[in-house]
Write a protein that binds this ligand. Sequence first.
Ligand SMILES: [Zn+2]
Length: 66
Amino acid sequence: MNMIPNYIPKIPVATERAIQAGIIRRGQLAHVYVAHDDWCDLLAGKGPCNCNPDVQVRPDGPEKLN
Ligand SMILES: [Zn+2]
């Protein structure tokens, strides 16, 4: 079994995407949101993540309004 959860390799990809999109700045504290599919074993407490979760990186602090 792969010991590295399958959302971990997605984090640098999602981070770079957020930087390029202007959502965060490089070096800024940010949050990583991992959204699992409803049927994921992790959510059911049956074992490690076995879905293809959506990974998003968002800035720290309150959301800014335009
Ligand atoms: Zn999952």
